[in-house]
Design a binder for this molecule. Structure first.
Ligand code: BG6
Length: 456
């Protein structure tokens, strides 16, 4: 067996995607609560209603046999105004969840911020666009460390800065054309990266025996061809998409060559001497990364098909393959070897322990006549990627754990409840809440049996 007995076998979620309770018990509104969504998809009012079902859900986690659960805390449930009074009922909610997890021998791995920002901060100063966000994030993180630090030892800072910087529905910033690769995106990211440094420092100061990590949406990039221009562009793509943020977190500066490239395009932020000092203030203990599939990039050329904003750069083009289909959600093919490549690249560049904090498969499956959900494709996907983890460990790369996205069907950012990642089905649709009944899918039992074999 390759995995040691302390390996984290877990499942992941985030607050706004599962909790609901949008304005219950003193919670303030978040960007994700007020963002514009495609018509017909569910909003954040109820989602999977974890806010009322957490006891039942933790019992299911216990049955599943996971030893860790990745969850995030909603900033506006703790600080409804983003930076004012603390909502004690919000703290109590998470106290109950965390205590119940620990009673069941499930370690909570907590993301401080997963795509949601209090709307109050957007109203006060336009959110991450303002430097004021740095201090307010640090204050929020400090509250969490002081309150939960006696029980939560493993922390993740800000989920996927790459996605957050480009999505106005998440970062709440209002600027002219959010689809443009403008310098505004990089200013937002600059502030996120400065804020993250305070989280590293405060965590180490306040929480005894803590570990903290940034969370990368790691983009494993293959060159589109063996032509020099494609290979070179693919290297640039990987550097901008993945190393730009991670280098700051781990090395204390932006990747030097790439910084010059973005400077010429007027995209690089201004890094003051004070910023340089903050960048060197503290460093993470490990790297958390989310991996779904890999991309191919080559020299820049005009593209007509759908390209997410974070892939639009004048320095490279990402080959998106076929248009998205509703019965096959991933725009790219599954590529478990890409997970191994990602781990090798990260470990060689940074020499830090790694944790796969998200990996999963989306489908549209609903229960059959017998009420079962036979999600064999998800099982195949998970099996392949867990095998990849085994190979990573066999390469002597320190891999701390693997987390399936997601534990339970949750609100997908763009597609609501028609796109489902859960090991557990939630009986609702975008339009109807039905009874929100939990039904473990076939993949739940597959993962359960797999984890059991690891514990013998
Ligand atoms: C990750 C996010 O990028 O991908 C999750 O951290 C998200 O929050 C997941 O749900 C899947 O993305 P989507 O848009 O398919 O739900």
């Amino acid at each position: 067996m390759s995995f040691n007995k302390n390996f984290y076998w877990g499942a992941s979620t985030s607050a706004f995607q599962i909790e609901g309770g949008k304005q219950l018990d003193g919670k303030g509104l978040s960007t994700v609560d007020t963002r514009k969504v495609k018509s017909g998809i569910a909003d954040t009012s109820i989602t999977s209603d974890f806010y009322h079902h957490w006891r039942e859900d933790i019992s299911l986690m216990k049955e599943l046999g996971i030893n860790s659960f990745r969850m995030s805390i909603s900033w506006s449930r703790i600080l409804p105004e983003g930076n004012g009074n603390i909502n004690l009922t919000g703290l109590k909610f998470y106290d109950q969840v965390i205590d119940c997890l620990l009673e069941n021998n499930i370690e909570p791995i907590v993301t401080i911020n997963h795509f949601d920002m209090p709307v109050a901060l957007i109203k006060q100063y336009n959110g991450w666009i303002s430097r004021k966000s740095i201090g307010d994030f640090a204050n929020y993180a400090q509250i969490l460390f002081k309150h939960f630090g006696d029980r939560v030892k493993t922390w993740l800072t800000i989920n996927e800065p790459l996605m957050l910087m480009y999505n106005p529905g998440y970062n709440g910033s209002h600027y002219n054309n959010p689809d443009d690769t403008t310098q505004t995106n990089f200013i937002i990211l600059h502030h996120i990266l400065l804020a993250e440094k305070y989280a590293f420092k405060l965590c180490h100061q306040i929480v005894k025996f803590s570990k903290i990590a940034p969370v990368s949406a790691f983009q494993n990039v293959y060159p589109l061809s063996t032509n020099y221009e494609d290979i070179s562009a693919s290297m640039t793509a990987e550097s901008i998409l993945s190393y730009w943020a991670l280098d700051v977190a781990i090395k204390g500066h932006y990747p030097i060559e790439t910084f010059e490239m973005l400077k010429k395009l007027n995209l690089a932020p201004i890094v003051s001497h004070a910023d340089e000092n903050i960048f060197c203030m503290d460093y993470p203990d490990f790297i958390a990364f989310n991996y779904y599939s890999s991309i191919h990039a080559g020299k820049h050329q005009p593209q007509n098909n759908f390209i997410p904003p974070f892939y639009k750069f004048p320095l490279f083009s990402v080959n998106m393959g076929e248009e998205r289909k509703t019965d096959k959600w991933s725009a790219m093919e599954s590529d478990a070897n890409g997970l191994i490549m990602s781990a090798r690249k990260l470990y060689n560049r940074y020499h830090l322990e790694l944790m796969v904090t998200e990996n999963g498969y989306a489908d549209t499956q609903t229960p059959d006549e017998s009420g079962q959900i036979d999600d064999q494709e998800r099982i195949n996907y998970l099996r392949d990627h867990i095998n990849a983890c085994k190979q990573i460990v066999d390469l002597d790369i320190s891999l701390l754990g693997y987390f399936v996205w997601s534990f339970i069907d949750s609100l997908s950012g763009r597609e609501g409840f028609s796109k489902r990642y859960g090991l557990v089905y939630v009986n609702r649709t975008d339009q109807d809440l039905y009874d929100l009944k939990r039904i473990p899918k076939k993949s739940f039992y597959w993962y359960k049996n797999f984890i059991k074999t690891q514990n013998v």
